[in-house]
Design a protein around this ligand. Structure first.
Ligand code: NAD
Ligand code: DAU
Length: 334
């Protein structure tokens, strides 16, 4: 099977490439990636002789068209992915997440190629902390940020292309991923690398916001389950029952690294900060038989901490720049 992995040099896409190489010897992988700030070229270096890597933009039809034409499957991970960046400047989010997805859709339509579109639970907005419900495939879209609204728009484009043009596409909406190779702008790697560099972790607002954590390998196994066995035109929610509030995550990181659990700072809250995400992955589990392997968040977090500890070369050159950018907009609160 010839697979085009767009965004395959980013966090989840690169883990998808590494896991696919390890588990599916029949797959021939081409990565199409723009290599924005979010891509780390060293991630795929060890497997460079086993894949083809094309540097290019999913919004550029001249690049996309021939790559799609020669593929059996496109898995679209390419996106601008960080909420804080989308608040600072939404333009790249509109261009990549909307125009880029549109460009891929037109190519898969032209060449009749199967598409799996990677999306997020953030399209559903947020839940109150005490709300007993969780997101399902039937929950109404209600995105809050420029990031999540462009992802919601990209999902709508996919659905419209399925219905109007009969393309063979599926969508998955996953909760917050953690694991190796995640950019250090994101919450968990930011706090781990803060502690490792002697900087106090930074919690937005009151620190009670809840995210539903899933290990990136469990996400990518679910993606393959949807590709292999999912119904065309369907949406599948991916989640591993991993709800934890941000303060608890920071305290766990500090404790694991031998620091006092309260050695963190509260900083300015994110504008429009979603309170809680929670996924009901019943459809994925009952229809496709998927189960997460990482059911113990503490163990998965410990492995992730160990990875960042042992792979300083991967992240250390970027640390100062990421923290300097955050310092321009975030004030430490008393
Ligand atoms: P990431 O920011 O780590 O990686 C995104 C990759 O896309 C980078 O390699 C970047 O260079 C590439 N890219 C950006 N614009 C591009 C363009 N125009 N053309 C080609 N490549 C481009 O993101 P991630 O966390 O790996 O997320 C991957 C996908 O999964 C995104 O669609 C995101 O919305 C979705 N998702 C992420 C999470 C999460 O917790 N990180 C959860 C659910 C869904
Ligand atoms: O839910 C899926 C989404 O998860 C994906 O679609 C996004 O691509 C991904 O970035 C992630 O979005 P979040 O906004 O939830 O992730 P982030 O890592 O930015 O923040 C997680 C939580 O931690 C959130 O409540 C904000 C908070 N936070 C974040 C940072 C960077 C802090 O308290 N301090 C921080 O320094």
């Amino acid at each position: 099977m010839r697979v085009l992995v767009t965004g395959g040099a980013g966090f989840i896409g690169a883990n998808f490439v590494l896991r696919t190489l390890a588990t599916r010897p029949d797959a021939q992988l081409t990565v199409l990636d723009k290599f924005t700030y979010a891509a780390n070229p060293s991630t795929l270096q060890p497997v460079a002789d086993r894949i083809r890597v094309v540097r290019g933009d999913i919004a550029d039809a001249a690049t996309v068209d021939p790559l799609v034409a020669e593929s059996d499957l496109v898995v679209n991970f390419a996106a601008e992915s960080h909420n804080d960046n989308s608040l600072a400047d939404p333009s790249a989010f509109v261009q990549t997440n909307l125009v880029g997805t549109y460009t891929l859709l037109e190519a898969v339509r032209r060449h009749d190629v199967r598409l799996h579109h990677i999306s997020t639970d953030e399209v559903y907005g947020d839940l109150d902390l005490d709300d007993p419900t969780r997101f399902t495939e039937e929950t109404a879209y209600n995105p809050s940020s420029p990031y999540s609204s462009t992802k919601a728009g990209s999902d709508m484009l996919v659905r419209a292309w399925v219905r109007s043009f009969g393309i063979a596409a599926t969508i998955s909406n996953c909760s917050n991923n953690y694991g190796p190779y995640q950019h250090i702008e994101k919450f968990i790697p930011r706090q781990i690398t803060n502690v490792l560099t002697g900087v106090r972790p930074k919690l937005y607002g009151d620190g009670r916001n809840v995210r539903d954590w899933i290990h990136v390998d469990d996400h990518n196994d679910a993606v393959w389950a949807v590709v292999d066995r999912g119904r065309i035109g369907e949406t599948y929610l991916i989640g591993a029952d991993g709800e934890v509030d941000n303060r608890t995550v920071v305290e766990a990181i500090l404790t694991a690294l031998g620091q006092p659990a309260d050695a963190f700072d509260f900083v300015t809250d994110r504008a429009g900060h979603d309170r809680r995400y929670a996924i009901d992955s019943h459809r994925l589990r009952t229809e496709l038989g998927w189960r997460p392997a990482y059911t113990d968040f503490a163990a998965g977090l410990a492995a992730t901490i160990a990875w960042y500890r042992e792979n300083r070369d991967w992240w250390a050159p970027h640390k100062e720049g990421v923290e300097a950018a955050y310092a321009r907009t975030q004030q430490i609160l008393d």
